[in-house]
Design a protein around this ligand. Structure first.
Ligand SMILES: *Cc1c(COP(=O)(O)O)cnc(C)c1O
Length: 405
């Protein structure tokens, strides 16, 4: 029985390899079902999920309250397109704008679409409100950024894997070192429409900027009539122990870009959230998406926002993050060269003498722990915010074993 299932599993992985484009290099595990923080493979083996689909699963797999909202909506109405009104979009947008302290929401599906939307809105604002001459608007971005995979976005990525051979690239982006506010000050000119930043860089390996950086960016943007766009697609919605990573400095950007966890791990759902004076520049017909704001996604998103409004998950992330930090700290100098942590989100740099990030991820997989390496030597730890402290301890034990073997 076990051998048969193992063969079936291998056959399914091979079928994926034979018929799915090779745009990913997955770890050799075949997920079949999941509940909470645990994923089960086809043979019934269980794995603790420390990736959470890059924080899209902040509430864990199959959270009962989110599943209930999805099931209820599934039977009623799933898609209308925005050609018509639907009775879920208004409540979702009103709850989300309240969570963000802003006036308006523009719903899309994926994170990259939210970023593209933010770029379009910033440019239109630049021309129509700020008075930048036609086609001259620029947006300041950071080195080491990750904002998605569309052609415009990869054009301003400095990761060769994301960028190379996909040109020609869209102009209008100016690079500065991440975390360097004075470099932003020097880069701003009269044609600058926006500064687009991740308040913590996720894909780069949970890179936390120096204290005061976001505050200074906010000041610079206000002084120079430039929009501050915070890409909180991975950092937002509870992960860092606050609703948004910008909250760590009490900073309010002009535009929030949200995605990943907004869809509750069930549907793709992203959004741009801003005040009327910014998002109001978009007129009917200028932007949209067939699936954006669909009633199924809106029902799920509304439940997610209601869950975040209680503050319970933010509090959990903060407490569990402190627990994780205390557990990881003793590994520094014993296979780990550095740990960066914000809430329940850690970038763990593995000493190359102990293996590459990918090797560590494979060894952890064999011990029942799911993690993903990034940029060679870093493994990222971002479990569902519903994880227990004892499960964190167990996972760190497994890492200790892998590093001592
Ligand atoms: C994942 C991510 C995106 C892109 O989201 P997709 O849904 O994969 O298109 C954009 N920005 C950040 C910061 C992300 O982490």
């Amino acid at each position: 029985m076990g051998a048969t299932l193992e063969n079936l599993g291998l056959a399914l992985i091979q079928a994926e390899g034979a018929h799915v484009a090779h745009n990913y290099h997955p770890l050799p595990v075949l997920a079949h079902s999941a509940e909470g923080v645990w994923v089960t493979d086809i043979e019934g083996k269980r794995y603790l999920d420390l990736l959470s689909a890059y924080s899209a699963l902040n509430f864990g797999h199959g959270h009962p309250a989110i599943l209930a909202a999805a099931r209820e909506q599934l039977e009623k109405l799933t898609l209308t397109s925005r050609a018509f009104h639907n009775d879920r979009l208004g409540p979702f947008a009103s709850a989300l704008s309240q969570l963000c302290g802003k006036d308006l929401v523009l719903p899309m599906n994926t994170g990259a679409e939210a970023v593209e939307t933010g770029i379009k809105v910033a440019r239109a604002w630049g021309y129509r409100t700020k008075g930048i001459p036609a086609d001259a608007a620029t947006i300041i971005v950071a080195n080491g950024n990750f904002h998605g995979r569309t052609t415009t976005i990869v054009g301003f990525s400095d990761d060769p894997t994301a960028h190379d051979d996909f040109g020609p690239y869209a102009p209008g982006f100016v690079h500065v070192p991440y975390g360097d506010a004075e470099a932003i000050a020097a880069a701003i000119d009269e044609n600058t429409a926006a500064v687009l930043l991740e308040p913590i860089q996720g894909e780069a390996g949970v890179v936390v900027p120096p204290d005061g950086f976001l505050t200074r960016v906010r000041e610079l943007c206000t002084e120079n009539n430039v929009l501050f766009i915070a890409d909180e697609i991975q950092s937002g919605l509870g992960r860092v122990g606050e609703t948004f990573a910008c909250d760590r400095e009490g900073v309010v950007p002009d535009m929030y870009l949200l995605g990943k966890a907004l869809g509750g791990g069930i549907v793709p759902l992203s959004a741009v959230v801003a005040n009327e004076d910014v998002l109001g520049v978009i007129r009917p017909g200028e932007h949209g998406s067939t699936f954006g704001g669909n009633p199924l996604a809106a029902a799920v998103g509304l439940r997610v926002v209601e869950m975040l409004a209680s503050g319970e998950f933010q509090t959990r992330a903060k407490a569990l993050g402190e627990h994780l930090e205390a557990a990881l700290h003793p590994l520094i100098g014993h296979g780990v060269s550095a740990v960066r942590i914000a809430g329940l989100w850690a970038g763990v740099d593995i000493d190359p003498a102990f293996g590459a990030g990918r090797e560590i991820a494979e060894k952890l997989l064999a011990r029942g722990v799911l993690v993903k390496d990034t940029h060679g030597q870093t493994i990222r730890i971002a479990p569902p915010l519903t994880i227990r402290a004892t499960e964190i301890d167990w996972a760190v034990e497994q890492l200790k074993h892998v590093l001592s073997a």
